[in-house]
Design a protein. Structure first.
Length: 367
């Protein structure tokens, strides 16, 4: 099974590289709605029902299905269904089934708290590729203080158990903040107990309610804390042979001083990947707000052509391009924009993160 999974991942990466080279869309994210049953401090998309209606309301399942057919014709294969909380989307089951009938390989991002026996049975009968469930802590403390949703931890854990009892693939994601930093190892233990792999994301983009606040007042970790947690997460997620190899490779990359770093978008965004937000705006990724094209109005192919071409104009700061710490820096066009308000801004948070991470690598190499 492990060999088959590795072969599948290799084939998928090859497919994505070829699609990016040809500038053809194969991978997308559909943000079905901005509504959620939780209210996390670091959330980047969260509106009330009244605010949603004021901004035009939700697109219907039939509209998304029609768009799905256009995506199918264009060659899209991988779709991530997200929100908000996607299980709150009206007629989610109808939309999900139709996308599966089209041959789409579906992944779902959910907080897991709404998953009951009925939902678990549905996904057992209509298997997704994977369901990603975020744990915000190892007990209810973080759900009360960070997500303002008492009881959320037990509900999320119940959801994971129900899915795993039915052999539905689950990955546990962790967003590490000041409130739950000490829970990291406990979350890894929960994943091991439930038979679900865990990935801890220690660098968080500034939340929609916190942009412009001093780092000390934000829910996310300070840059130096995030760097330390990031290396700790890698140590937990890699085996005992891979982690030292990773340290040596990154150290060698930095010490070589190579500076052939890309100036523009270096990931799949706008190359073979796209995101459509709940208002029907296609963008290169979930973070960038431009180019922004009304896909329901002009059609998928026309929207993709415009997004793909216009996303090529972005450039990050020249100092970032030539910085020798780029191998361990998380700066990208989207990150620079969210951190500074400019695509070519110098993000202080990420500079401090990279400097701290490099020092930790040196310390690790010396032991």
């Amino acid at each position: 099974m492990e060999t088959m999974a590795m072969e599948s991942n290799t084939m998928e990466k090859m497919m994505l590289r070829r699609a990016a080279s040809a500038q053809r869309p194969v991978n997308g994210s559909l943000e079905l709605l901005p509504l959620c049953n939780m209210s996390c401090d670091m959330c980047y998309v969260h509106l009330s029902r009244e605010e949603t209606e004021e901004k035009g309301g939700l697109h219907t399942a039939d509209e998304w299905i029609s768009l799905g057919r256009e995506m199918q014709k264009a060659g899209v294969l991988f779709l991530l269904l997200t929100g908000g909380e996607p299980l709150l989307f009206p007629e989610f089951r109808k939309l999900y089934r139709e996308l599966k009938r089209m041959g789409m390989i579906l992944t779902i991002n959910t907080n897991g708290t709404l998953l009951d026996e009925a939902w678990a049975d549905f996904f057992a009968e209509n298997r997704p590729r994977r369901i990603n469930i975020t744990l915000y802590g190892a007990d209810d403390t973080a759900y009360e203080t960070l997500c303002h949703y008492p009881g959320g931890f037990d509900k999320a854990l119940r959801g994971i158990r129900l899915l795993r009892e039915r052999d539905v693939d689950v990955k546990i994601n962790g967003s590490v903040t000041k409130s739950n930093y000490k829970d990291m190892q406990k979350i890894y233990a929960i994943g091991e107990k439930l038979g679900a792999p865990v990935h801890m994301d220690t660098y968080m983009l500034p939340g929609i309610h916190e942009r412009g606040l001093p780092f000390e007042q934000q829910a996310r970790l300070l840059p130096e804390e995030a760097a330390s947690a990031g290396l700790e997460a890698l140590r937990a997620e890699m085996d005992s042979e891979m982690f030292p190899l990773y340290v040596r490779q990154k150290t060698a990359q930095i010490e070589s001083g190579a500076s052939d770093n890309p100036e523009g978008i270096a990931c799949l965004a706008g190359n073979c990947s796209f995101a459509v937000n709940w208002q029907g705006q296609m963008r290169p990724c979930v973070t960038l707000e431009e180019p922004s094209v009304p896909v329901f109005d002009i059609g998928f192919e026309a929207a993709w052509d415009k997004v793909s071409k216009e996303s090529k104009v972005f450039r990050i700061n020249e100092k970032c391009v030539t910085c020798r710490l780029r191998p361990v820096c998380k700066t990208c066009v989207a990150g620079a924009w969210l951190e500074t308000g400019d695509y070519d801004g110098l993000p202080e948070y990420l500079c401090r993160y990279a400097q701290a991470y490099w020092k930790l690598l040196q310390d690790e190499q010396a032991t």
